[in-house]
Design a binder for this molecule. Structure first.
Ligand code: PDD
Length: 284
């Protein structure tokens, strides 16, 4: 069945949604976006996602056409119109379109706002049992990775290379250290049982799932070290995992063909995944 999408004030079938060929999102990747998970028809951690959308738009001087409350009402309405029980909802906001192509833009430009849903199994996905295999891959992205822009070509190329190599995803490497996953934050549990993940900075996206996981991990009593870790340290880890709104928590069982510990999803990883899902469902 055709999805109903939202475009600049209208709810329309996806095939009827049209935007200008001069939209700056298309011409210059001059756009930001957010992805929020939907469980049992409800938005998960959505306040955090909309706050980050505000950050991304503000940093680039893109106008947010409405308040977070108004955006939430559109998200909820699309969930209902598409009968979405489990999956994701995307908010795509470009700086807008002018009458011709020009690098510079006028201050009066009006943004383009698109929302659409995607059905996806997040809770009962086979990946939680099997875990994923990743390859290390050079991080060639720009220097403002704290901004969630739709300039995702480096991630697309990296994921394509991972699939071609028989892996599921990448861990991106800069100066010998892991920055993050292809579209996720990256973590290891050391042999001493410490949770290590890169600290927040402009080098990585401030994951909304990461934020929740850090609080939940703290409650378990595990020692947390927010510091960069190398790919060699990851090879020798007791456990490894990623987090994002589309995966929640997925175990990483192999990096560059080397199994992590016994090559099976780690115990803490699976426990943290369960805690995250239980907490999210309790808050619905
Ligand atoms: N990606 N780092 C990067 C580069 C990401 O693209 C994402 C999310 C994350 C995790 O952020 P969060 O927990 O807020 O989803 C970290 C989304 C899912 C995507 O682009 O599809």
């Amino acid at each position: 069945m055709e999805r109903i999408v939202y475009l600049n004030g209208a709810y329309i079938p996806e095939t009827e949604a049209k935007i200008s060929i001069f939209d700056r999102g298309f011409l210059f990747a001059d756009a930001v976006y957010e992805v929020t998970a939907v469980l049992d028809g409800q938005l998960i951690d959505n306040e955090g996602h909309l706050a980050r959308l505000e950050h991304s738009a503000k940093e680039l001087g893109i106008k947010l056409p409405m308040t977070s409350e108004a955006l939430t009402a559109i998200q909820e309405s699309l969930i209902e119109k598409n009968n979405l029980a489990e999956g994701s909802i995307y908010v795509q906001l470009s700086r807008g379109a002018e009458s011709d192509r020009d690098f510079d833009y006028s201050e009066e430009i009006e943004p383009t706002l698109v929302l659409f849903t995607q059905t996806r199994k997040i809770v009962n996905t086979p990946k939680k049992k099997t875990g994923i295999k990743v390859i290390s891959y050079e991080d060639i992205r720009w220097r403002r990775r704290d901004i969630k822009t739709s300039g995702l070509l480096p991630a697309c190329l990296a994921k394509h290379a991972a699939h071609a190599a028989g892996a599921d995803d990448v861990w991106l490497i800069e100066d010998g250290f892991v920055t993050e996953g292809g579209s996720s934050n990256a973590y290891i549990i050391t042999q001493e049982g410490k949770l290590v993940t890169r600290p927040l900075s402009q080098d990585i996206l401030s994951g909304i799932t990461r934020d929740s996981l850090m609080k939940l991990s703290r409650d378990t009593g595990i020692e947390i070290e927010e510091r960069p870790f190398s790919i060699e340290e990851a090879y020798a880890a007791k456990e490894a995992f990623i987090s994002s709104a589309t995966t929640f928590v997925w175990p990483v069982v192999e990096i560059d063909g080397k199994p992590i510990a016994d090559g099976k999803p780690g115990r803490f990883t699976l426990k943290l995944r369960d805690i995250y899902i239980n907490t999210a469902q309790k808050n619905l």
